[in-house]
Ligand binder design. Structure first.
Ligand SMILES: Nc1nc2c(ncn2[C@@H]2O[C@H](COP(=O)(O)OP(=O)(O)OP(=O)(O)O)[C@@H](O)[C@H]2O)c(=O)[nH]1
Ligand SMILES: [Mg+2]
Length: 282
């Protein structure tokens, strides 16, 4: 009988106020044979997100005491993933996918089989009505196309799997809601292969009420900023030299990255404290 190949992906779930959905999302991720660990980063939730994630079992919960935004949560989760399984690919998963997160297998396989350095899930039309007017998606899509020549179908999809090398080369991540756009541009510019993989995923659809419009306004600000930051000198020429698939940063680039981290309040090097099963980033 053939041996099943060992799991080689760490799932990282950034979550804020997702107590109603995080449990089923974590359980669904456990159902994926490729997933070795699940890390939930509770980004200053006001609800029981961290506790519910822990009840789901077999999960690492890292908690930000305050809200730092999605990109900071992903950065924290990626650091924990590197400790749990050095060198393993990382699968970023939104917390609101619930049972449909169990359908992410093809996205992971695209990376584990070596077909891509980053695979992005493309979602089908969603069950519930809603959604915005397309401004943020259009801005992101056209911006990525302008900067890289590649036109994504769903530029904002948060469900994406990357090799560790591609992820490390893309650090530091673009802040807040610009994180997906920044990742796509940076991986492509670093010479990585990016694919979109259709996947039967369903999430909470943002409506058109005031809160939803505010969410979109924040998304637009993040996307615009990530694009603007990348509209100048290409990353490779800005202090990143590539040798045999490894990215080596010059001292100046390291200092600039450290400065960017400091000014954006990122959590690199933050002190951590463990209480029960949960890590706290201070
Ligand atoms: N870390 C962190 N994660 C957040 C924050 N806000 C939302 N999230 C998570 O980011 C993921 C995506 O958030 P959603 O609100 O579903 O946003 P979206 O799906 O991009 O938005 P729509 O497509 O417009 O519905 C979910 O896992 C959220 O829990 C935040 O402030 N910090
Ligand atoms: Mg969502």
């Amino acid at each position: 009988m053939p041996h099943p190949s060992p799991p080689r992906v760490v799932a990282v779930v950034p979550a804020r106020d997702e107590e109603a959905r995080i449990g089923s999302t974590v359980t669904a991720l456990h159902g994926l044979a490729q997933v070795a660990h699940v890390v939930v980063v509770d980004d200053g939730s006001a609800d029981q997100t961290a506790a519910v994630a822990e009840w789901a079992g077999r999960v690492e919960v890292v908690r930000h005491e305050r809200n730092h935004g999605k990109a900071a949560a992903m950065t924290t989760g990626a650091a924990r993933a590197a400790e749990l399984a050095p060198g393993a690919a990382v699968l970023f998963v939104d917390a609101d996918l619930e049972a449909s997160a169990g359908n992410l297998g093809p996205v992971v396989d695209a990376v584990l089989t070596g077909s891509a350095d980053m695979a992005i899930a493309v979602l089908p039309p969603q069950h519930s009505p809603g959604g915005g007017f397309g401004l943020v998606v259009r801005t992101a899509r056209e911006g990525i196309a302008r900067l890289t020549g590649w036109t994504p179908t769903q530029p904002l999809s948060g469900q994406r799997c990357l090799t560790r090398a591609a992820l490390d080369a893309a650090m530091p991540l673009a802040a807040g809601w610009g994180v997906e756009v920044g990742l796509t541009v940076d991986v492509l510019r670093g010479g990585g292969r990016v694919v979109e993989v259709p996947c039967e995923l369903h999430h909470r659809v943002t409506g058109r009420d005031l809160a939803s419009q505010l969410h979109r306004a924040r998304q637009l600000a993040g996307v615009t900023r990530a694009l603007a930051e990348r509209s100048g000198v290409p990353r490779a020429a800005a202090g990143h030299a590539r040798t045999a698939g490894r990215v080596v940063r010059s001292g100046a680039a390291r200092a600039a990255a450290a400065g960017r981290r400091a000014s954006s309040g990122r959590l690199g090097g933050a002190v951590r404290r463990r209480t029960g099963g949960t890590w706290h980033e201070l």
